[in-house]
Design a protein around this ligand. Structure first.
Ligand code: TRH
Length: 381
């Protein structure tokens, strides 16, 4: 069942958003973008997070309507917000849930409680989006959680896309931004950004890039991608010292960027290698050809997830083969890069998905519909 959406929105509500950082930057990255997006639409947000350290570089300017709060916390002293959202089933503290229960008892109204799920293009997303799940045990017994699934079709919750994203993109001055980063390029140099885990095919990619007729500059993001690149380059230098003799490949190692500058990197490059969840969406909005390294799961469930995404973006056959090798789904040699051939598909996928309503608009509407059913006023208490 899909919950019917009304056209009402929820102006000026207090949101409590919970985030547990499991590993990497996706949990906090998605949570922060959501908080900032909600704030830009007149909502007040408290982000309860167990490790806020990445925000120092990801969002150094903060956001006026978003307050970052520590988790754990003494929730007995906290009045729950008008909306509660847990990201990726992160299990809100029982004491906080007890406070939600208290509010329900005192007012006879339940606080909308949303579980924001992981992004996938698989068919189950349409079936599961919006489903209510009554809580049967623990301090929340009798309350109802609602599942909100991001996705790529109109019957899903959509993708994060800030109202000013396209205007920012239109204003973007590539040359000025590259100069600001101290990236002096050769005129005919092609730019490829690299944000990845440790893809076994990385040495193969380097061989391919070093053999390109046109010079390539690889912009390697900080952290795991940089470590993986150092290892791959060291190995190549040891085993095949002449691998880049033509010097057509040069490598720049980047500092950590704010999320805004991370977007700029994807807009500046001619092609982007991305990973995880948030950077995939940003690569789609960049409208440049991209290769996705999916977050690996032990049971290989990510294989189906990868195929679903490739189908959704209508990736050309060669790009699909490239993805399978890059993600170790197949043992085939890496397909030859085809920037020209893959560019049109990336542009078309972006155009198709821009028609879809963005995640925040849909979430506001969804919360509005839950509040209406439960007899809560649309306006702030
Ligand atoms: O870091 P990730 O691999 O996160 C992953 C995935 O989300 C995965 O699905 C999840 O299960 C796992 O975490 C726990 O990739 P992702 O999702 O793209 O998040 C990276 C964030 O880091 C994104 O918001 C962009 C941001 N970023 C910057 O802001 N500056 C930078 O310099 C870089 C490299 C990234």
């Amino acid at each position: 069942m899909t919950v019917a959406l009304t056209t009402s929105s929820s102006p000026g509500l207090q949101w409590d958003i919970f985030c547990k950082v499991v590993d990497n930057f996706g949990d906090i990255g998605v949570s922060w973008r959501l908080c900032a997006d909600l704030a830009s639409r007149g909502q007040q947000v408290r982000l309860w997070v167990d490790d806020a350290s990445a925000l120092a570089w990801m969002a150094p300017q903060g956001c006026p309507e978003v307050t970052v709060m520590p988790w754990p916390h003494d929730y007995a002293k906290v009045t729950p917000g008008d909306v509660v959202l847990e990201t990726f089933g992160c299990d809100i503290a029982p004491d906080y849930i007890a406070g939600m229960q208290e509010t329900a008892r005192a007012t006879g109204k339940k606080i909308p409680w949303i579980n924001l799920e992981y992004l996938s293009a698989e068919p189950y997303v349409e079936r599961s989006h919006g489903l209510p799940s009554p809580v049967m045990s623990g301090p929340g017994t009798g309350l109802t959680r609602h599942f909100f699934y991001p996705g790529f079709t109109p019957r899903t919750g959509g993708l994060l896309r800030e109202p000013d994203l396209l205007a920012r993109q239109n204003r973007f001055d590539r040359q000025a931004w590259l100069a600001q980063q101290g990236l002096a390029l050769r005129e005919d140099e092609r730019l490829i950004s690299l944000f990845c885990y440790e893809p076994p095919a990385l040495p193969e990619l380097l061989t391919q890039l070093a053999a390109q007729p046109q010079p390539v500059r690889l912009l390697v993001t900080s952290g795991r991608a940089t470590q993986a690149m150092h290892t791959a380059v060291d190995d190549k230098n040891r085993l095949q010292p002449s691998w880049n003799n033509r010097e057509s490949l040069s490598i720049s190692y980047l500092p950590v960027f704010s999320q805004h500058d991370f977007d700029h990197l994807l807009w500046a490059a001619d092609m982007n290698f991305v990973r995880g969840e948030d950077s995939l969406v940003r690569a789609i909005w960049a409208g440049k050809p991209f290769v996705w390294q999916i977050y690996p799961q032990h049971d290989t469930a990510h294989h189906d997830k990868l195929e679903a995404l490739l189908e959704t973006v209508e990736a050309p056959a060669s790009l699909r083969r490239f993805h399978r090798s890059w993600n170790s789904v197949s043992a085939e040699a890496l397909e030859t890069l085809d920037l020209a051939g893959w560019t049109e598909a990336a542009r078309q996928a972006r155009t198709r998905l821009l028609v879809q309503r963005d995640l925040c608009s849909q979430l506001l509407e969804f919360v509005g519909s839950i509040r209406t059913w439960d007899g809560l006023p649309l306006k702030k208490r």
